[in-house]
Ligand binder design. Structure first.
Ligand SMILES: [Zn+2]
Length: 328
C-alpha cells in the first residue's frame, strides 16, 4: 500500500533561489504580466539536466536574471506558493551572493525588501529563512569581501547563516579558513556543500577548516565509517538531495543513494530538492521517491522533516506548523 506523502508536514534546508525557475513558472509569470526577459525556448532546450555540464548550461539559459533580486522576488513568490501546496512548513533558501551588492549598506536595503516580501508570501503557513551562498572558486580576497557584507546582513537579522557552494574539485575549504574563522567568531551558522563531487576527504577538509554545523549532499560519506562516527559525534546534520545527485551524475543510479543507509546508521539527515527547476523535482516528489524506492515509512518521512526543523539556522520559530513539526 503506497503512502500518501502529500499531506506530510515537510521542511527543506537546501534549495537555491537561482535553481527554481522552470518553463511552467515562466509562463505563469508571463500570464500575470511579469516579463523576466528569459527566453522560454532556451530554457526548454536546457533539459534534461543529466550531468555537471548540462546543469551549468541550464543555469546559463537564464543568466540574464543574475543580480536581479527584484525579478527573483516573483520567482520566490511562486516557489513559496508551491511549497505551501506541498505542506512544507519551514524552508531555508540560498540566495546567491552575486544577487546582492558587495556594498554592505546597499545589500542591506536590497535584501530587506526581499525579506519582507518573502514573509508576506509565507502567510503564516510556512517560515522561509534566507542564507547567502557563495562559490568555492571565488578565491580568498573575494570571499573576505563577501564575508564583510554577509556579517552586516546577519547583524541586520536578514540572513540566518551562510553556505559554501560551487565547484568542489580543486577548490578545498582550507585556503578559505580565515573567512570561516570570521563567520564562526561572529556566531554565524555555516553550511558547506561537500562530498558531492569528491570523496570523504572533502568532508574532512570542511570539518577541519570551515566550522560547519551542516553539510550539503554528503553523497559519499558512508564510504568512510570513521567519518560517519565523527558526524554523529559532532551532531552534524546532512542535507541529502537524491534527485539532484542522480541528475548531476554524482551517483549513477538512484539505488546508489545513501539516504536510507544514513538514516539506518542513526545519522541526522533530511531531504531536499537543491534546484527543483533544474531537476524537475519537488519536496513531494522527493518524499514519494523515498517511500517508493527506499521503503521510507510515514514516520520516517516525518522524522526527516523534524530533523530539518531542529537543524535549522534560524533559532526563532515564527509559524505554528513549523513549531508542531519540530516536536514531531
Ligand atoms: Zn546546493
Amino acid at each position: 500500500m503506497p503512502i500518501d506523502v502529500a499531506d506530510i508536514p515537510k521542511a527543506e534546508l537546501h534549495c537555491h533561489l537561482d535553481g527554481i525557475l522552470d518553463p511552467a513558472m515562466l509562463r505563469e509569470l508571463r500570464e500575470e504580466g511579469i516579463d523576466l526577459s528569459v527566453d522560454e525556448g532556451a530554457l526548454e532546450a536546457a533539459y534534461p539536466v543529466r550531468d555537471f555540464e548540462s546543469f551549468f548550461a541550464w543555469g546559463a539559459s537564464h543568466a540574464s536574471l543574475d543580480g536581479r533580486l527584484d525579478l527573483y522576488q516573483h520567482i520566490a513568490r511562486h516557489h513559496i506558493q508551491r511549497l505551501r501546496a506541498q505542506t512544507v512548513v519551514y524552508a531555508e533558501l540560498f540566495v546567491a551572493s552575486g544577487e546582492l551588492s558587495l556594498d554592505p549598506s546597499l545589500a542591506v536595503d536590497q535584501l530587506a525588501a526581499f525579506r519582507e516580501a518573502v514573509t508576506t508570501y509565507g502567510a503564516g503557513e510556512i517560515q522561509v529563512e534566507l542564507l547567502i551562498a557563495w562559490g568555492r572558486n571565488r578565491g580568498l580576497d573575494r570571499a573576505q569581501q563577501i564575508c564583510t557584507r554577509n556579517l552586516r546582513l546577519f547583524d541586520a537579522g536578514l540572513i540566518c547563516g551562510v553556505s559554501l557552494a560551487g565547484p568542489e574539485v580543486g577548490f578545498p575549504v582550507a585556503p578559505l579558513a580565515p573567512v570561516f574563522d570570521r563567520y564562526h567568531a561572529a556566531g554565524v551558522p555555516i553550511q558547506i556543500h561537500a562530498v558531492e563531487w569528491c570523496g570523504p576527504e572533502s568532508a574532512w577538509d570542511a570539518l577541519a577548516h570551515g566550522h560547519p554545523s551542516r553539510l550539503g549532499h554528503g553523497t559519499h560519506v558512508l564510504d568512510d565509517p570513521r567519518l560517519v562516527e565523527t558526524l554523529l559525534a559532532r551532531r552534524i546534520h546532512v542535507e541529502m538531495c537524491p534527485t539532484s545527485n542522480l541528475c548531476t551524475g554524482s551517483i549513477a543510479r538512484i539505488e546508489d543513494h545513501p539516504i536510507r543507509r544514513a538514516l539506518d546508521a542513526g545519522m541526522d539527515v533530511s531531504v531536499a530538492t537543491d534546484d527543483p527547476g533544474a531537476f524537475r523535482c519537488s519536496m513531494t516528489s522527493e518524499h514519494a521517491l523515498l517511500a517508493e524506492r527506499f521503503g521510507f515509512t510515514r514516520d520516517e518521512l516525518l522524522r526527516l522533516g523534524a530533523n530539518a526543523v531542529r537543524a535549522r539556522f534560524q533559532p526563532t520559530l515564527r509559524v505554528a506548523p513549523a513549531e508542531a513539526l519540530a516536536l514531531a
